[in-house]
Design a protein around this ligand. Structure first.
Ligand code: ADP
Length: 167
């Protein structure tokens, strides 16, 4: 396979995201990881910060590039000449939403295909929201995110001066 796009909020990037990026980069020639800029969703990290954390953790993969987009994913993909969308699947709870999105995207542009990658066992519970929840209460989340991201989250929460509490 040639080119693929892995879109998401990545607020923040977790080890689950990194696992999908790693595995996908071994399958496709060029992978674009794209941060969705969604003004309706309040994010902890700015788009610039999320692009920065993705660039840091994907530095070891020469065929991975990082970008951001707003608006429709299929419009962005078409503009970049990418016809394959990669999505990660965790539990059944992901399925309904992703199924709907994949079908809607196919209706909007039948040339663009969506492929799902099953999560690795140890990351099946992991989401950006869980990481934010644990970090906000001062719990140990060092196993949940790459070290570079860990530092960025620590800094973010120490600025907001949250109280320490065990998880
Ligand atoms: P979330 O906020 O739920 O972590 P994102 O929008 O950042 O979601 O996720 C981007 C993509 O990565 C989605 O396709 C999502 O299903 C997938 N993903 C997120 N976490 C994991 C995980 N732990 N294992 C596999 N895929 C994941």
């Amino acid at each position: 396979m040639d080119k693929a796009i892995y879109p998401g909020s990545f607020d923040p990037v977790t080890n689950g995201h990194l696992d999908i990026i790693k595995r996908c980069s071994e399958i496709v020639k060029e992978l674009t990881v794209a941060v969705l800029e969604n003004p309706r969703k309040k994010a902890l990290f700015s788009v610039e910060e999320r692009v920065e954390m993705l660039k840091r953790i994907t530095a070891p993969f020469p065929n991975v590039t990082v970008d951001y987009f707003s608006g429709l994913l299929i419009d962005y993909a078409q503009k970049k000449n990418i016809f394959l969308i990669i999505k990660g699947l965790r539990a059944i709870s992901d399925f309904e939403f992703e199924f709907q999105m994949a079908l809607a995207n196919r209706k909007l542009n039948p040339n663009i295909e969506t492929l799902f990658m099953m999560t690795s066992n140890n990351y099946s519970y992991l989401s950006s929201s869980i990481v934010k929840e644990v970090a906000s209460f001062g719990g140990d989340f060092s196993d949940l995110v790459p070290p570079e991201v860990y530092e960025m989250i620590k800094r973010k929460f120490s600025k907001s001066g949250c109280k320490k509490r065990s998880f």
